[in-house]
Design a protein around this ligand. Structure first.
Ligand code: ZN
Ligand code: ZN
Length: 238
């Protein structure tokens, strides 16, 4: 029943939509199906260039110790992000998170398909939102992204293993150290024994949230935890 209502609503949304790109407002051709973002705008998203830090996925230069992940607690094995969070990619995230355009997740998932953690037989785990934020937004943007990835890869999505143990304050004004303290113990996991998990989130900034979620999954028995995000902040704080 719910599913058919959801399908009907998405049909209505499509019917109401002007056939224009969400980012540049230019017309979208019939061949681009239901895309909310035109091919040209998607081609302008700047991919994160290799070589990368093996663990956190930040572009790496030489043998310098990585300043992003050196202080991470153990648990999160590998993170990869598709594009830098600039220009149209930043706008897409904004539409997904704050403007109610959750179907833009499909275009974002399309940019993530080549990320290495998605090539294994893994379960996708969206980073859960706190109950208050979920009520305010009406949906979890990470779950929309994970669903779009699951539809394209055939990977299984699990939303029953990881929950928020408490609300956390917004991370945007915090230093990296304060971010880790802010989210430490913020997640609870159960029945993750033997699991190969890939956390899914919209944006990577310092990795503090992903590291805390991974720690909970490992404590619950997960055997390997990786993560993928659509965007990566260009200049992490600090
Ligand atoms: Zn466009
Ligand atoms: Zn690193």
């Amino acid at each position: 029943m719910l599913r058919s209502v959801e399908a009907a609503l998405s049909g209505v949304e499509r019917w109401l939509l002007p056939p224009a790109c969400l980012l540049c407002q230019s017309p979208i051709g019939a061949r681009e199906d239901d895309a909310l973002v035109c091919q040209l705008c998607r081609s302008r998203w700047r991919r994160v260039p290799h070589p990368l830090c093996d663990r956190c996925g930040q572009p790496a230069f030489g043998d310098l110790e990585c300043r992003i992940c050196a202080a991470w607690p153990p648990g999160l094995d590998r993170v990869r992000s598709a594009v830098w969070l600039t220009g149209g990619a930043h706008a897409a995230v904004h539409h997904l998170k704050y403007e109610g355009w959750w179907r833009v997740a499909d275009a974002m998932a399309g940019a993530m398909l080549q990320l290495e953690p998605l090539t294994g037989q893994v379960s996708l785990i969206p980073v859960p939102l706190g109950a208050r934020r979920l009520r305010a937004r009406g949906y979890n943007q990470s779950e929309r992204l994970a669903k779009a990835l699951a539809a394209r890869t055939g990977l299984r999505i699990r939303t029953d293993l990881l929950t928020r143990a408490r609300e956390t304050r917004t991370q945007t004004t915090l230093t990296p150290d304060a971010r880790h303290a802010n989210v430490a113990g913020a997640f609870l996991a159960h029945r993750a024994s033997g699991l190969g998990a890939v956390l899914v989130d919209d944006v990577f900034t310092t990795g503090a949230t992903l590291a805390a979620a991974a720690a909970a999954l490992v404590a619950s028995g997960a055997k390997r935890v990786e993560a993928v995000t659509f965007g990566r902040a260009v200049e992490p704080v600090g």
